[in-house]
Design a protein around this ligand. Sequence first.
Ligand code: SF4
Ligand code: SF4
Length: 368
Amino acid sequence: MNAPRSAALTEADRLMTICNACRYCEGLCAVFPAMEMRRTFAAGDLNYLANLCHQCGACYSDCQYSPPHEFSVNIPATLAKLRNESYSVYAWPNVLSGLFARNGLFVTLAAALSVAAFIIGFVVWIDPAALFSRNAGDFYRLMPHNAMAGLFGAVALYCILAFVMSLTAFWRDIGGPQAAADLAGFCRALGDTFHLTYLHGGGGGCTSESDAPSPARRIFHHFTFYGFLFCFAATSVATVYHYAFGWHAPYPPTALPVVLGIIGGLGLLVGPLGLLVLQAHRDPSLTDAAHRGMNTVFIVMLFLTSLTGLLLLVLRDTGAMGMLLAVHLGVVLGLFLSLPYGKFVHGLYRFLALVKYAGERRHGNFVE
Ligand code: SF4
Ligand code: SF4
């Protein structure tokens, strides 16, 4: 016996059945061509389609059946609800997804403050004077490198395990193994991810903030996405410097990890700030108000990570460095812990959906 469907699944099924008869929007994004490969929609199919959607709003403005029409077709809001629901459905361990979904802001901030307090307590216990003294940018005089690497390494490993488990469950449920893309399809999915191809809203951009299509959301997404990648690259290069070459932090301002970190940090200031402003002006009827909090937490935590990181760089030779380091590490750890259960996973799920989409296009029809 099939499990009962959620309200979002039932509504998405109804709307996809209407759209499949209409097909007016097939040129707008990947959702409609993927929908047309199906006659009926299992839960996995609907979660797949929901994660192909960028919530650009174009199919709402173009739709002759959107409210007040009695069909009440609202694809962006319905797929947003389903997409947010899918993060919880596939999350590992599942019990934590409910905790983050209900109390995302509280849990993330509590984790961040706890770690900051732990680090401050640790430094005070070892050498109270070190907390406010000038340490010439040497973070490891406050917290030994092995302690820092051990703490963040353990959290990173946990996140990787949680991602592998949830992405595997999602990939299986959407029927990914039956429609595997070849290398060309995989590269196409990668290209669509890096270009945010389907955030064009069929050409002009998003119409979710106003009726006039605008590229703003796509631009701020790019700032955020590439800012995150640059920061990740900065940490990776610094790790190679430390372990492979024995070059230990602090690095001069012209060193590669610092330059990458500054570029990434600026991206993570501009991008999240822009997305928050756009979110405030968004047409609420096109969004999923129930999960707005968790989405906001993720953007705010990215912004705070960048802000505290850049402040740490600018003030690393002053007496403020100790407190700033504790706050920055707390914010980063809070962000890490929330990654498997919040908005961050949308990028990973969307990439897998695009890989499946590329595979389906290669096979030419719906693969059972
Ligand atoms: S969103 Fe509206 S116009 Fe577009 S395919 Fe669906 S029913 Fe047709
Ligand atoms: S909101 Fe945009 S991305 Fe989502 S289905 Fe409609 S046109 Fe496609």
